[in-house]
Write a protein of this length. Sequence first.
Length: 423
Amino acid sequence: MAKLILKNAKLVDPQSGEITQDDLYISDDKIIEKPEFDIGFESIDLSDKTILPGFIDLHVHFREPGKEEAETIETGTASATAGGFTSVLLMGNTTPAMDSPKQIEFIKEKSKNMPLDIMTVGCLTMNRDGKQIAPLRELAEAGVPAFSDDGSTTVDTGLMTEAAYIAAELNKPIVEHALHPELAGNGVIHKGVVSAKLGVPGISSKAEAVIIERDILLSEKTNAHIHIQHISTAEGVSLIRDAKKSGIKVSAELTPHHLALCDEDIPGNNANYKMNPPIRSAKDRECLVQGVLDGTIETLATDHAPHTAVEKAKGLIGGPFGITGLETAIGITYKLLVANKLMSVSQWAKLWTVNPAKILKLKYSQNLYNGSLANLTIVDENMDWMISDASQFKSKSKNSPFIKYPMTCKPYATIYKGSYRKW
């Protein structure tokens, strides 16, 4: 049984907002009160370090099964834990897709000895093709916390309505990739001045907005919770803000790359700046930041999407969408939101802990109370750092626009069910 004393740490409880300087005691897999005697406890000095509830990433791709050359459960776990995460939600765009209890069981079996809570969505439709609803009730019984066809968008409103009614009955959120495929067309970056300058097809903001607007109406009609993934546009933020004011059950997430970048940062024919939805205009980025600050966007998530160097070398037209993100997420978001004094460290932590836990209905990673599960993220808030070379990534893939990007706050260690791992 693990017995730890985490000494002299800054303790940040995002649920209460309380910040203290103290020791934290762990016995087995729980946080406990200071015992009368600490004989048998291993002491770890965490002076100048910060302890938070374990960070949750509710949007990642580990590629297994089907594209193990880009990532596996094992290498994705290494990337996540090095990035400071103790829980992740895998998307279902694998081969085969996560549209049956058999596939969910495959992920459970592959994940059972990993130092990370690995959950997976159940697909909303069979093979994610938007034509037939997947067996949602069976997937729920298999333990999925949410449904998603991420990477695809179901345009058929009748089918989506039926699925939303079932999701509401099961009390599971629909995690939505909001991008109309016909309006997005063959676009590769944001449709605007930069796409015209580079001579490549663009993806309009309208392609996102029309799906968000449709889904808000579906949520209002069916009472289903619809969570909008990787929101990217000013229009999308405005729609979500108004829907929330009306009491509609919608939520949204923002990725570190949409927080940090805009299309003006694209250096040319470099597919490491190609993601779906695309990084958009500087004005969109400003509205996204404001959406986080006013609570319209309540979670951060990486959309960690590994691809091989060979694939990404094909450039903006031929290369696949997506970038890795787990290992840079803390450093980017802390720098832009906390170090830049836009929010407190506890408010920032809430975006990675309390709020995603509520969306997925998890009972952990929300506080540092006695009796809570000892899934913890430990960071060095004072460290300025960068990934100086792609070989430093633990992920099997290295497709990131954030190599040599200056960051603040470095993941230091994780504790998963009481087990301490320093990175």
